[in-house]
Write a protein of this length. Structure first.
Length: 99
């Protein structure tokens, strides 16, 4: 089973879809299997169950039990490599726990 990555923004339409698409492409290029799903902020808690990581576009000020990745880095490109490395580490750790 592929690791699940949740991307959330306010509406779950424009920004999160853009980031999800970019992250999905980057993961494929790195040959890392994961399902990337864009959702709206109101329903994010429902989708986080069983997820390897959460990429957030907005600052919620809320702690989560899974790794949180800065989604703005994927929009701007600034700090993108560091955030992508965190995401890869989170997916690898999740996959290791599943074995």
């Amino acid at each position: 089973m592929a690791a699940k990555v949740i991307v959330a923004c306010g509406s779950g339409v424009a920004t999160s879809q853009t980031v999800a698409s970019k992250v999905n492409r980057m993961l494929k290029e790195a040959k890392i299997e994961a399902e990337v799903e864009a959702v709206d902020l109101k329903s994010v808690d429902r989708h986080l169950s069983g997820a390897a990581a959460y990429i957030t576009i907005v600052r919620e000020g809320k702690e989560r039990e899974i790794p949180m990745i800065n989604g703005i880095a994927f929009l701007t490109g600034m700090g993108q490599d560091a955030e992508f490395a965190k995401l890869v580490d989170a997916i690898k750790a999740f996959n290791a726990k599943q074995r």
